[in-house]
Structure formats: structure tokens, C-alpha cells
Design a protein. Structure first.
Length: 925
DNA sequence: GCAAGGTC
């Protein structure tokens, strides 16, 4: 061991780490600081001893990556080569202009050093940056000795331990990043050039930018992010509202009101609901069967990491994630909050949490709370929970300096600082405590329940007003107590589509699927907005633009998952293999690029899919010569929306008919016609109902196999809104162009609030353009259609291929045919349908067999046997007489749980076929 | 003019 002092160049990934580590190692003794070439990256100097070796330590930093990857010059220009060449064009790493000063500092300092110690973040990117630093330093001084400091937190013990146990840099980690960079560059550049050059000039793309400057970028992170937005949008469009029924019960006493909920939730079968409701109203006496009292805790949030900060700022303040990170960065630079880019959501046991709280005691708004927190007598303190993530480099985001507001702060600086402080104080507080009482009652064998809650201690909620926990008082009940409900109603509702994705939803999806990193997610979201792929409304919800939807649709029609997270997931797995030494960088690169090139070439062969998808939304540009997709058709009426142009009948390339406004794209009024239309021609006959006229009638011919048997193949119809046949067939068969085929995966009925803001001009009832929900022509038909569905459950597209398994209709005796439903909710489900056009009988096949599952619970024509007590011989004489064996009827007779045949057309109280029992005037009570 | 990843 030489006793001669060696000079050691230490390099951290960012200035803050250089400063912290220098302070720890020098113990703030003899620490000097001087300027480097870069104004942000200072150089700290102090003496230290590494394993007995006296060292003159120089500590500086970079700012993230020092180098970028680019194609060689001759491939840089867009028209310099075929985009497919970019999969093998030579690439090089270089130091960009704005990093040259850091490079010069490293070169100058390296020349006078014997050792180089790499203090970059201990993750893959950090390891890669370490090798960039090594490249620069060894080019200036090839004799320098390389060492890596491996640390897991910026705390004394870790740092001293790291410097006394220096290791070798990990090439595998760095290789993994090299592979990722190269794949991202080649895929991104090739697809971006391809789709931009293919589409930009071929269509009139109405974006706020000059067409010539429009870039239709593709990237392995931005496209899956776009995919999340489009997928949700399609889910909303494919949603078929479904009517459901539920029984509500309330009870008012001297102590207040209790609103009981039906424990079945709701039923989709009206007849079932009516039967049960009937039983309840006939024996309305309620018996309290259970009173459950329990203490409930509402826990404070986990310590704050980047994604959570972005999500909460979006939810509480509607700040964009990009703006949040900008403001957080400024607060960090000014020393008010800790480092804002961190995955960590648990505090190290060594963090001095009390001191952080102490600093906040003087704040006019939360100072008192901080004082209470520190007073052991209050018992308010509780050690923070662990969220389970630790990036080993930074603590959770927390306040680092007291402020009651600074002169230069904007409202957003104040809000974000307040969020960070209140979140921190909440984390070290006790959970809120509530007392919950759940009361269950039985009415005629049906169970109902209500929950009351009293907040006993607010605790953390006192300092965290962003979260709330509602209390609700209910009267006192005892088991066995009986009462007559104040109200007992049969109510209806309709399933709603899920809402558009909010910024917080989007961040969650990206986080879950591994798209981007905590430091880049907001960039990808911003990129979608900058590229005009999506728009964001005032409640931070995202809608794809026509451009965004068309691009995703084009690749989807090719059958590629380029807009799904899968590609990124595969790359992530490959990177992991490289970083573990399981695969080599070259192997992964060769394999991955070969596959992606094949995919690229295939996509280019199938470019017509992209063109077709774009053609649905955009006019062909004259620049590209001609407009084959929008040939002018016959005039049907004057457009009621723009009141300028004519609406004409058109046939799209995919064979579907529509009536669209010639003012397109300025006016987007359109009526989509049923997908089952095979021929359509405008006649000279006019409608004498629809205004403003004239509205010319259209002679339609439908494909027989695609419409229910009780509809005629030929139909003279009106698109003005008066034509119920057309409306029904549109509902049954789906609209022509695209939406029915877009429903991906099961669409779960949800009860979210009505869609407030979908794409402009799109009706939320029928999803067509040209009118709003309020004046939707299908709106008033909705209830009639629901009624029709109840009467005649032929609510599907029918495939008449399976005719052999026939049974006799129990209603009229005619043969029944086994068919397959083709609606979104029942696609593939078999049912028997009577062949007689006069008879409406049908029964689901799985109700005849012993099928099980939720579907039979919610949509079955028989009452589920979830409540066997109901058949206990109560009610009117005939009820309970039935020979029902299990949850499903064993014969083709359409029966209720009680065994009663159900005609579906008469009132159960008076037998009158003109109404149902819930509105029967003879029902009484 | 293209990606995504660091960071001021």
C-alpha cells in the first residue's frame, strides 16, 4: 500500500448526489467546491482514506446520459435511405453539443487522476452512463484505474461502506441498455419515417400544425400509451346499454332513515324482478336478521413516489403530469422537497422523520397538526407504512425545508408543496377510525342491507383534506325486530360504459404494463398530445383524435400488436436476460431486430390497411391524387347539422352503407346504416313525417341471414329518425362501418356516471354524429326497444346454420331451431327459437341444461336459486307448487322459479296483458 | 423531422 496520496476522480449521475456523497465522506471537514466547465456540475474536493490509502478526492457529476445514439450521417436524412435499411444502418454514440462542457471537465480532471470511481445510480441506466464516463475519461488518460462504488441509499453507513468496498462496473447491465437504445432507435425511426411519408401527404389531416411539419411518430412507449386511450374509447363505443331492475327499500323511524340495498344487486330479467318484487309487496313485513358492528380503519397513504405524486396532483388539482414534474423539479432545485424522481414508497428506518415534522410546526395551516403529531400524549404518531418499492437511490418525496410560501411561487408551487407536506404528515399519522354497523333484513325471503358509519377519530384525515370518509347515521336495530318498510320500490337502471381514461388511469396502466419509467411516463403522455394523437378534456380525460384512432386501427387491422404493451414487455425480458448474462447483447439485438424488420416489411406490404383506416376518418388529399373512398352518392336530404351541404348515400370500401354530409370534414354529420344492408338506393319518394324535408326514402335490401326472421328482406326506409324498423335493425345488427367488431374482450357492465365529454359531436346514446344525446332520434326508441326486448327476446344476429337440433315450441308447438347469438353480450351463446313468425318463444340452451355461472344469474329466464327459502309455500296458492329442480328449468317451458309458466305478456296481479304488475292499478298498497 | 432514457 503506497502512502503517496493518489488523486481520485469521483463521478455521480447528478450534481445533488456529488454534493451529498462529498458531504458524507468529508464529514463536512475541509470540503471545498469549485466550478467546472459546466455551470451545473460543480467539483467538490476533500481528502479521504480508502482502505488506508490517502486520497485527494475530486467529486463531480454528469447530468444523466452523457451520450446519445444516432445513425451515421448518411442515414440521418429522411429520404437518404429506405426506412427498412435503418434496421442495419451503422449507428454511433456521440456526446451532444449541450454535454460537451461536462465532457471537457471529465477529460481535464481525468488527466490528473490515478483512479476513477464511478458513483452513478445503481440501476441499468446508471451502469450504462458509467461506461460513457469511462469512455471519455480513458480517452483522456488511458492509465486511470477504474472502480465502481455500489450504494443503496445516500446515508453515511452505506456511502462509507461503498467506498471501502469498491467493485468492478457491471458490463452486462450496461449492455442491456445499449440493446434497448439501439432497438428503440431503429424501430422508432423506421416506423416513424414510414408512416409519416405514407400518410401525411395522402390525406387532408386537420391538425393545428402545417401538414408539411406533421410527424406521425411511432415509438415503443408512446404507441402502447396511445393504445390504452384508444382501447378504452372503443370499449365505450361498443357498450350496449342494458336495462336492469332492482328493489329498493327504505325505513323511516324517529331516529332517522335507513336506505336498504337489495343484496342481489340488480337483475337483468324484468320478469324475475317483478315476481320477486311482487312477493315482497305481498309480505312486506321486514325482519332484522343480522346486526354487525365493527371498527373500521381508513389507512393513510403510502409514502409518496413520483407516479403517485403525478396521479394525486392530477386528481386533486387537475395538473398534468408533465407540469407537475416541472414544478416539482423547481421545488427540488430550490431545496424545498426531496428528489422528485423516485420509485421508493417506503422510508428507511434510519430517516429522521421527527425532524422533518418539527420543521413544519410553525406553518399557519398545518403547524398545529405537526405539533400534535410530536406530542406523545396525543398518540397521533404512527410509523409510516411501506409501499413495497425501493429504487435504492432516493427516499420517498418529502419536504426538506420549511416554507409558508415564497415570493416567487405560483399557485401550483404552493399546491404541490402543500401536497408533499400534507402527504408526509399523513404518512406518519394514525389511521382514521370509524364504527360501522351493517344491518341485514329479510322481506319475504329477500335479503336487504344497510351500512351506517360514525367517524370516531379523523387522525390523518385532519391534515389530508384530499381524502374523505363519509359518515352516515342509521336508526338502531336489533335482531328479530320487525317493521313495515316506508317505501319498497321496483326501480330500473341501465348499464353505463366505463369513463374515458383519466391521466391518473393512464399512469396506472403504464405503470402496470411497464411502459416507460417513473421519470419518463409524463413525457410519453405529453408526446401523444403534441402529436395530435389524443386530446385531454377539462377533467383530465383522454379521447383519441381521428388520427390517433386511425393509426391504431390500421395496425390492428393488420393483426399486429404494435399498439399493445406486449412488444415492450418482450424487450424488457430480453434486457433482463442480458443484464443477468443469460443472453448476450449481440444475440438479443440480432434476434430482436430481425423480427422487427420482418414485422416492418410485412406492415409495409399491408399498408393498405393503414390507408383504409385513415380513409374512414380523413379525405384523400389531392396531392396524392384522387378520392376513391368518398365517391359522391345520391342526395338523401339537406344536412340538418351544418345546414349547408347535402347528405348523400355512400358505400364504403368495406361494403357498408352510410349517409354522410358532403361538407365533410368540416361537417361530420353521418348516419350509419345496419351492417346487414346488402343494397341501398335513394328513391324519389319522400317521408311525410321527418322535417326539415324533403327526406328521400331509401329502398333497402338486407342479407336474410343477418336479420331476425320476423323482418322483411326488402324495406323502403327513412333515415330521418322516424323509421323504427331501421332503428331496430341497426340496434340488432350493429352499425355498418366498424364499431361492433371493435369490442375487445368482455365488456363488463358498470354503473359509472354518464359520459360527460366524448368526442365532439358524438351522441352518447347512439354513438352517431350530427346530434347530441338530448335530441337523439334513438333516444325515444330506447324505452320501446327495451320493451320489445322484454316481450320478444330475439335480440341477436342469428346464424341459421344449426337447424338439426330442433325441439318443439312449448308455446305454439312449431319446431324450434338451435341458433347462436351474435350480440356483444351474448356472442356465441346458443338458444332455441320458435320458427313460427307469429310466435316469440325462445329459450337459452344453457337454461335447459345444467349450466351454472353468473350469466344465468343475471340474464337467465328463470329465477336463480340463491334463496331457497323463497319457495317455502308462501304467497298465493299456486306459488310454491312448482316442480322446479335446481336453478334452471328442466324443460323447454319458460318457467319462473315457482314453476309458473310465464307468458311474459300479462300482469301477475290482474292478468291484464296491457301492463306489468308493477304499474297495475289493482295492485293496491 | 424519427425513439427512450438519463438529467439541469
Amino acid at each position: 500500500m503506497s502512502t503517496r496520496t493518489v488523486t481520485v476522480l469521483n463521478v455521480a449521475e447528478k450534481p445533488s448526489v456529488a454534493k451529498s456523497v462529498s458531504a458524507i465522506l468529508s464529514r463536512n471537514q475541509g470540503l471545498r467546491v469549485r466550478e467546472g466547465r459546466s455551470r451545473y456540475n460543480k467539483i467538490f474536493e476533500f481528502t479521504y482514506s480508502i482502505r488506508g490509502q490517502p486520497c485527494q478526492m475530486l467529486f463531480t457529476s454528469v447530468t444523466g446520459h452523457l451520450m446519445e445514439l444516432e445513425f451515421e450521417d448518411r442515414y440521418r436524412k429522411w429520404h437518404s435511405c429506405d426506412p427498412a435499411d435503418l434496421y442495419h444502418a451503422p449507428v454511433r454514440k456521440f456526446v451532444p453539443e449541450d454535454k460537451k462542457d461536462i465532457k471537457r471537465t471529465l477529460e481535464e480532471e481525468a488527466r490528473r487522476c490515478q483512479w476513477l470511481v464511478l458513483w452513478l445510480d445503481c440501476d441499468r441506466e446508471g451502469e450504462n452512463i458509467a461506461f460513457e464516463v469511462v469512455d471519455v475519461c480513458t480517452a483522456a488518460n488511458r492509465y486511470v484505474t477504474l472502480k465502481r462504488a455500489r450504494f443503496s441509499a445516500l446515508i453515511d453507513r452505506e456511502i462509507h461502506n461503498a467506498v471501502q468496498n469498491l467493485v468492478e462496473p457491471n458490463k452486462w447491465f450496461a449492455d442491456a441498455v445499449d440493446a434497448r437504445q439501439e432497438i428503440d432507435l431503429r424501430i422508432g425511426a423506421s416506423f416513424t419515417r414510414f408512416q409519416t411519408m405514407l400518410l401525411r401527404d395522402a390525406f387532408v389531416i386537420d391538425t393545428p400544425t402545417d401538414d408539411r411539419n406533421l410527424v406521425l411518430s411511432y415509438g415503443p412507449c408512446q404507441f402502447p400509451t396511445l393504445g390504452f386511450v384508444v382501447e378504452r374509447y372503443w370499449e365505450i363505443q361498443a357498450h350496449e346499454p342494458e336495462e336492469f331492475w332492482l328493489i329498493n327499500c327504505s325505513h323511516r323511524s324517529d331516529e332517522g332513515v335507513a336506505n336498504f340495498s337489495w343484496m342481489r344487486g340488480h337483475l337483468f330479467d324484468y320478469t324475475c324482478a317483478v315476481i320477486i318484487y311482487e312477493m315482497c309487496t305481498e309480505e312486506p313485513n321486514a325482519t332484522v336478521t343480522n346486526v354487525k358492528q365493527q371498527e373500521k380503519l381508513k389507512y393513510p397513504p403510502y409514502p409518496l413516489n413520483t407516479i403517485e405524486l403525478e396521479k394525486r396532483a392530477s386528481r386533486y388539482f387537475r395538473m398534468s403530469s408533465e407540469h407537475t414534474m416541472k414544478v416539482a423539479e423547481e421545488l427540488y432545485q430550490a431545496g424545498f422537497i426531496s428528489y422528485p424522481r423516485t420509485e421508493t414508497d417506503s422510508f428507511s428506518s434510519r430517516t429522521d422523520l421527527h425532524t422533518i415534522v418539527q420543521e413544519q410546526q410553525g406553518h399557519p395551516e398545518w403547524g398545529i397538526y405537526a405539533q400534535r403529531l410530536l406530542d406523545p400524549g396525543t398518540g397521533l404518531w404512527r410509523n409510516p407504512r411501506s409501499g413495497g418499492h425501493d429504487d435504492k437511490a432516493h427516499p420517498p418525496i418529502h419536504p426538506t425545508k420549511f416554507s409558508a410560501g415564497e415570493a416567487g411561487w405560483s399557485q401550483d408551487h404552493r399546491k404541490l408543496y402543500e401536497l408533499v407536506v400534507r402527504h408526509f404528515l399523513a404518512c406518519v399519522s394514525k389511521p382514521a377510525v370509524g364504527a360501522e354497523t351493517i344491518v341485514e333484513i329479510d322481506i319475504a325471503g329477500e335479503q336487504f342491507s344497510v351500512c351506517g358509519r360514525v367517524i370516531l377519530e379523523k387522525n390523518y384525515l385532519d391534515v389530508y383534506p384530499f381524502e374523505s370518509w363519509g359518515g352516515s347515521m342509521i336508526p338502531t336495530y336489533t335482531v328479530g325486530q320487525q317493521f313495515i318498510p316506508t317505501t319498497l320500490t321496483l326501480d330500473s337502471g341501465v348499464t353505463r360504459p366505463p369513463p374515458l381514461l383519466s391521466e391518473a388511469d393512464l399512469l396506472s396502466s403504464m405503470d402496470k404494463e411497464g411502459i416507460g419509467t417513473d421519470a419518463t411516463m409524463h413525457d410519453h403522455i405529453k408526446k401523444l398530445l403534441d402529436r395530435f394523437y389524443v386530446t385531454k378534456d377539462s377533467s383530465t380525460r383522454f379521447t383519441p383524435t381521428n388520427l390517433g384512432e386511425a393509426l391504431v386501427m390500421g395496425y390492428d387491422d393488420m393483426g399486429y400488436k404494435l399498439w399493445k404493451p406486449d412488444l415492450r414487455a418482450v424487450m424488457e425480458r430480453d434486457m433482463k436476460s442480458v443484464s443477468e448474462g443469460v443472453k448476450s447483447k449481440d444475440e438479443v439485438l440480432a434476434n430482436s431486430l430481425q423480427q422487427m424488420k420482418a414485422c416492418f416489411l410485412d406492415a409495409r406490404l399491408n399498408k393498405v390497411k393503414l390507408l383504409e383506416a385513415m380513409g374512414i376518418f380523413f379525405e384523400r388529399s389531392n396531392r396524392a391524387g384522387g378520392d376513391e373512398l368518398h365517391a359522391t352518392g345520391e342526395v338523401v336530404r339537406k344536412c340538418g347539422l351544418c345546414q349547408e351541404s347535402d347528405m348523400v348515400l355512400k358505400k364504403n370500401r368495406d361494403g357498408n352503407f352510410m349517409v354522410g354530409c358532403l361538407g365533410f370534414p368540416q361537417c361530420r354529420n353521418a348516419v350509419w346504416l345496419p351492417g346487414s344492408v346488402s343494397e341501398a338506393a335513394v328513391t324519389t319518394n319522400t317521408c311525410n313525417i321527418c322535417t326539415p324535408g324533403p327526406v328521400y326514402l331509401i329502398q333497402f335490401k338486407f342479407r336474410q341471414l343477418e336479420i331476425p326472421p320476423n323482418y322483411s328482406v326488402n324495406h323502403l326506409g327513412c333515415i330521418g329518425g322516424c323509421d323504427e324498423v331501421l332503428t331496430q335493425l341497426t340496434e340488432i345488427c350493429g352499425r355498418g362501418p366498424r364499431m361492433p367488431a371493435r369490442a375487445r374482450g368482455p365488456i363488463t357492465p358498470t354503473s359509472h356516471a354518464n359520459q360527460s365529454d366524448t368526442r365532439q359531436g358524438l351522441c352518447t346514446n347512439c354513438q352517431q354524429t350530427g346530434h347530441s344525446l338530448n335530441d337523439c332520434p334513438s333516444q325515444n326508441l330506447g324505452s320501446r326497444n327495451a320493451e320489445r326486448r322484454r316481450m320478444n327476446q330475439h335480440n341477436g344476429n342469428f346464424d341459421l346454420h344449426a337447424g338439426e337440433d330442433s325441439v318443439s315450441c312449448s308455446s305454439c308447438g312449431a319446431p324450434c331451431v338451435l341458433r347462436t347469438a351474435n350480440t356483444a353480450n351474448n356472442r356465441g351463446r346458443k338458444f332455441y327459437s320458435c320458427q313460427s313468425q307469429e310466435c316469440n318463444f325462445f329459450v337459452w340452451e344453457d337454461n335447459l341444461n345444467n349450466s351454472t355461472g353468473e350469466r344465468s344469474f343475471t340474464r337467465s329466464n328463470t329465477i336463480p336459486a340463491s334463496n331457497p327459502g323463497r319457495n317455502g309455500g308462501r304467497g298465493r296458492g299456486q306459488r310454491g307448487r312448482g316442480s322446479r329442480s335446481g336453478p334452471h328449468a328442466a324443460t323447454a317451458t319458460f318457467v319462473s322459479a315457482t314453476g309458473d309458466p310465464i307468458s311474459g305478456r300479462r300482469c301477475f296481479v290482474c292478468g291484464d296483458p296491457s301492463h306489468f304488475a308493477n304499474v297495475c292499478p289493482n295492485r293496491g298498497g
